[in-house]
Structure formats: C-alpha cells, structure tokens
Design a protein around this ligand. Structure first.
Ligand SMILES: [Zn+2]
Length: 98
C-alpha cells in the first residue's frame, strides 16, 4: 500500500502531538501510514520531515507520512516507537477490559 493519502487528519494529528495539544492522562503516539507508531519525542525531533511527508506526497518520504494519533487507552498491546525503539506504552492490563 504505497499510495498513501496525505489528509488533513494526519496533519492535524501531527501538529497536535508536536505541540502537546492532546488530552491528558494518556500516553500519545503518532500513527504512520503503514501502521507504525512514533513516540512524542521523535515526533518533535523529526517534525519537519514528518510535516513535509504528510503535506506533500510527491516529494515527501512516504514512510514519514502521518495519518493520525492514538493513545495508550486505545491499545491492549505493547507499543514501540518505530524510530527510536523505545517502549511508548506497555499495554492495558485492566482485567475488566475484555
Ligand atoms: Zn521515538
């Protein structure tokens, strides 16, 4: 699936995460077009590259195209950053949540 579409949703998500404009209480991660996740720190460090890839699909690197954000409350699985390899969250272990 290389025909990624750079939508405004991805751009809004990228901006929100880079500026810390996200809901508190959760750990947040940027969702890349291929389903990989990026931690908040890497989102800030690579913001220019992410911005270009998300807004310009012709010259931007597809691997850096953001499609949205997600948080630790939406995942039961461990999440690793695709860039630095850091554990973003370890996964929900709420016994009532299945
Ligand atoms: Zn990272």
């Amino acid at each position: 699936m290389r025909n990624h579409t750079a939508g405004t949703a991805g751009l809004h998500a990228l901006r929100a995460l880079a500026r810390g404009h996200v809901h508190g209480g959760y750990v947040w991660a940027l969702v890349m077009y291929d389903g990989e996740l990026l931690c908040e720190q890497c989102t800030r460090e690579n913001y220019r590259q992410l911005y270009r890839a998300t807004t310009d699909t012709k010259t931007g690197e597809p691997d850096w195209c953001a499609i949205g954000i997600t948080n630790s409350g939406e995942s039961d699985d461990i999440a690793l950053c695709a860039d630095c390899g850091r554990v973003i969250w370890t996964g929900a272990d709420d016994p009532t949540d299945d």
